[in-house]
Design a protein around this ligand. Structure first.
Ligand code: ZN
Ligand code: FE
Length: 262
C-alpha cells in the first residue's frame, strides 16, 4: 500500500517513561488509530493516551529490551491492541501479533512504514520510517549525538545499520528512545572538538535541558553534521580513532569503545 498524499499527517506525541526513556504516540486522525512505540510502562502510556482522548490500537516495538517492551502485555490485556515487532526477534517480543522485516514493512493508521533491519545494539533491532510524515523511530540504534551500545552485534553490523539511517532525507525527524543527548554531547565534543556545528548543537542541547525541554526529536541533517557515530568515515575522526588501513567500521568500533570508557 502506498502512502496517500491527501492523508492528514500523523500526530506524534513524545512522553517520558522510567528515568530516561521516551515513548511516542502516533495518532492517525482519519482512522483514529493510535500506536505507541516502545512502551516501557503500561500505566504511563495509557495516561498519555487519555490526555489526548486517544484509544490505543497498536504497539510498535523496535527491540526486545525490557525498557522497550515492558508495557506490552498489560497494554494488550487492557486495550486488545495489536503488537508489531521484529520478525527476527519474534520469540523475545512479549505478545507479538505481527512480525515484520524489511520485506514486509509495517502497516499502521492507513500508512505503510518502511522497516529497516538495524542490528548492532541487539541482533534483531528494527527501525520504522514513515516517509510521508518524515519520521523515523529508531529505538536504541541511533541516539542524538550517539548510538546504542553493542550488546549483541559487531561494529560492522552497527556501521551498516547507521548508514541505512544516514541515507534518509536531512529533514527526517529522529525519534530515538532515550534522553542521552547531553552526556552524548560531552563525548562527541571530546571526539571531534573542531566540529563547529557540533559545538553550537551542544550549546542548544544544554539550553534545552536546563529549561527542562526534550532534545528529541532530532533530525538526520543535524546528526550527519554532529554525531561522531555517523561520521566514522570523516577525516578528523579517522585520524583520531583509526589506523591508516582501518575500515570505516573499525573506526566506528574504536569510537564506540572510547565512549564505553568515557
Ligand atoms: Zn535497548
Ligand atoms: Fe533502551
Amino acid at each position: 500500500m502506498l502512502n496517500d498524499r491527501s492523508q492528514p499527517p500523523l500526530e506524534i506525541v513524545v512522553f517520558p517513561m522510567l528515568s530516561d526513556n521516551y515513548g511516542f504516540l502516533l495518532h492517525d486522525p482519519a482512522s483514529g488509530d493510535t500506536a505507541v512505540v516502545d512502551p516501557a510502562e503500561a500505566e504511563v502510556t495509557l495516561a498519555a493516551c487519555s490526555v489526548h482522548g486517544w484509544r490505543l490500537t497498536h504497539i510498535l516495538n523496535t527491540h526486545h529490551h525490557g525498557d522497550h517492551v515492558g508495557g506490552n502485555l498489560a497494554l494488550k490485556a487492557k486495550t486488545n491492541c495489536t503488537i508489531i515487532g521484529p520478525a527476527y526477534d519474534r520469540d523475545r517480543i512479549p505478545g507479538i501479533d505481527v512480525a515484520v522485516d524489511e520485506a514486509s514493512g509495517a502497516d499502521f493508521g492507513g500508512r505503510h512504514a518502511q522497516v529497516f533491519f538495524v542490528p548492532g545494539h541487539t541482533r534483531g533491532h528494527i527501525a520504522y520510517w514513515f516517509a510521508a510524515d518524515k519520521a523515523l523511530f529508531c529505538g536504541d540504534t541511533l541516539f542524538s549525538l550517539g548510538c546504542g551500545r553493542l550488546f549483541e552485534g559487531t561494529p560492522q553490523q552497527m556501521w551498516s545499520s547507521l548508514l541505512k539511517l544516514r541515507a534518509l532525507p536531512d529533514d527526517t525527524r529522529v525519534y530515538c528512545a532515550h534522553e542521552y543527548t547531553q552526556s552524548n554531547a560531552r563525548f562527541a565534543l571530546a571526539a571531534e572538538p573542531e566540529n563547529a556545528a557540533l559545538r553550537s548543537q551542544a550549546e542548544k542541547v544544554a539550553k534545552a535541558r536546563s529549561a527542562g525541554a526534550f532534545t528529541i526529536p532530532s533530525d538526520i541533517g543535524t546528526e550527519k553534521a554532529c554525531n561522531p557515530f555517523l561520521r566514522a568515515d570523516q577525516s578528523d575522526l579517522r585520524r583520531r580513532f583509526g589506523s591508516v588501513d582501518a575500515s570505516d567500521a573499525d573506526v566506528l568500533g574504536a569510537i564506540r569503545a572510547a565512549k564505553d570508557r568515557f
